[in-house]
Design a protein around this ligand. Structure first.
Ligand SMILES: Nc1ncnc2c1ncn2[C@@H]1O[C@H](COP(=O)(O)OP(=O)(O)OP(=O)(O)O)[C@@H](O)[C@H]1O
Length: 277
């Protein structure tokens, strides 16, 4: 499927310039698996981009490379706004990562879990109290600061994980299938909360998902990837305006976008292995 121009009308903040550019990024693991081959992609400031693709197409690998958790074996990442001489990586670019599992510390409170990234920067609980409580308020959990993870539902644990990502006030939020393990009602609620926060705070979000429906609901841009080797095969605009709500979920525009994204995904699966290694 051919790429269509990206129309970001209706996004929380109009994209200005790339926050990060992947330039012919490849990743070959030691066992010779080509997880990514020549991935070229600009992520623009303020966008909500979904990486959509079948299992094994390199979505998590791409996210980990952007996060600085893994290095490309070829190609490069360019951060146009980085301070001259700054080390590329999470610190400089104010990146936060949300994983599929909430990965909370079970032995301590919600407050302490959210405080962790600030504690790692040597900020005491007292000095961080305002920031932690603000992050908990963002996700509607301010009344649960003294609760323990075992007292929370799966959706609430994921909210804590999101609060922990937000407490450092990131510019770029990387989310690797954050809602995949949740039931559909909880997932829809968290989808709405995430969109509300994105509109309010204007971060850039890169969101990995297997779900056509979730990618269309959330994103103003869907990057479709194929596997063996992992690569970008389509770049689709979802030009429906925000705020999006249940009316959008049941609209013709939504089903039209879902059909286009499904077709692109089918084409991606059919193309697997076409371009070899
Ligand atoms: N550390 C590693 N060593 C070797 N191969 C790896 C490693 N990590 C990932 N791979 C392989 O690289 C390819 C891409 O993996 P990746 O996890 O990025 O895909 P994905 O699209 O995120 O998949 P999923 O949707 O199943 O999470 C897969 O074939 C995977 O098995």
């Amino acid at each position: 499927m051919s790429a269509s121009p990206i129309n970001t009308a209706g996004s929380a903040t109009a994209p200005r310039s790339p926050i990060v550019s992947l330039q012919r990024v490849s990743k070959t693991f030691a066992n010779a698996t080509v997880a990514l081959k020549d991935m070229t992609l600009d992520i623009n400031s303020g966008e909500f981009v979904s990486l959509l693709g079948p299992s094994g197409c390199g979505k998590s690998t791409a996210l980990r490379i952007i996060a600085g958790l893994s290095s490309p074996t070829a190609g490069r990442l360019v951060w146009p706004d980085a301070r001259p001489g700054a080390q590329p990586g999470a610190q400089d670019h104010a990146i936060s990562f949300v994983f599929q599992e909430p990965t909370l510390m079970p032995w301590t409170t919600v407050f302490d879990n959210v405080h962790l990234p600030l504690k790692l920067k040597d900020q005491s609980a007292d000095a961080s109290r305002k920031a932690v409580m603000e992050a908990l308020e963002m996700v509607g959990l301010e009344r649960f600061a003294t609760s323990y993870p075992r007292e929370l539902s799966g959706g609430m644990k994921m909210r804590v994980s999101i609060a922990r990502a937000l407490v450092t006030k990131p510019r770029l939020l990387l989310m690797d299938e954050p809602f995949a393990a949740l039931d559909e009602i909880t997932r829809f609620r968290l989808n709405n909360d995430l969109l509300r926060l994105w509109q309010e705070f204007g971060w850039t979000v890169i969101f990995v998902t297997h779900s056509v429906f979730e990618s269309v609901y959330l994103s103003n841009r869907i990057v479709v990837m194929a596997a063996r080797p992992g690569r970008v095969v389509a770049d689709l605009a979802v030009d429906a305006p925000y705020p999006r709500d249940e009316t959008f979920r049941t609209s013709h525009a939504y089903s039209d976008h879902c059909r286009s994204a499904s077709e692109a995904l089918q084409a991606a699966m059919a193309a697997e292995g076409d371009s070899g290694h």
